[in-house]
Design a protein around this ligand. Sequence first.
Ligand SMILES: [Zn+2]
Length: 362
Amino acid sequence: MTKKGKVCEEKKCMICNKPFDYRNDMFGRGCLNNLYKQLDISVPKYTLNKEKHLINAVSHKNSKYFLNKEKKKALLKNAIALSYLNLIKLDFTEKLKKELVDNIRNISVFKPLVASMEPVYLLNSFYKVYNYYVKFDKELSEAKSELKKSTKIEDIDETKDKTILNGFSFIFNSSKELSPLHHMAFYDMQYIFWETVVVGGYLFDKPLSGYLLRLSLNNKEEYDEENPLIIEDEYYNKLLFGYDEFKRIINKYLKGKEVNVENQNVEFLEGDLLFAIHGAKLNIKGNKKENGNWDLTVEIVDKYDYTDPKEPKEYTTSFGSKSKNILASTLNNFAAVSSSYGVIRPFNYVIKVKNNDYKVKD
Ligand SMILES: [Zn+2]
């Protein structure tokens, strides 16, 4: 109700979507004031209608004159959407920015205004996505400085893990009600999360896990069961034969003079191998040499796949302490969401390692 007692149609601010009871058409008072700053338009000292002033000022700023009211409003919407995208430093904005610039160029006194000249998403979506970006950016710099302090994954304590990871949980939203704009923004944020917080942070002392995760982020090839990625290099050779967990598993098969096992289920329970490999198959071929050592070829055949979220309890026995349980299970759940976004892409791979003088130690 207005003061005069006339029933007023409820208006909602196009930016924040909150209802406002004011004579403006498009924006509430608070948002209108912010827009002046955001669009770099100086606030007029004497004007009765600040909204109208903004609409006109943006047209003038773009050197568009004699536009009708509808065209001016469409121009303003494009300018606002563009100003939000300019503040969001994510890849997805590039294509959209071009579209908005084209819209601004196309709106003219000579051409009829058509729907395609308006921003393809609601201003409220641009506003929300921008606010998520600000939150993400803050979480990211906090996580980076927290992770930098620790030199080993084991040094990061449970409460800190929880705080760091919970801070990012909003980007792992797979609700179907999300606007495409949110989806694109969360996609980019998840990518940065895995690259920076996980590969460059939590997994910095877990080279195999970091390597496989990064491959899944950049993977454009279709590595399937028939055509897996073959990982066969000296670095991973040395790395695997340096892991007690790896040796513990293969030693179980080294009996007699020869070993020839294929397709054995293998679960690693510790460290890098636990994070990297899930439910793989193991092939071992080799023979015992005269000096008592083994000449071995080992293959780990796996699919890098996080499409099924794992229950936390599956990790309880895997790590000594609860904290690593939280880390592993939370990251697994995040990874399941990222798989549905297509940020993490499943791929098949085979790690082939060799050792021609492997000594079994008791
Ligand atoms: Zn508002």
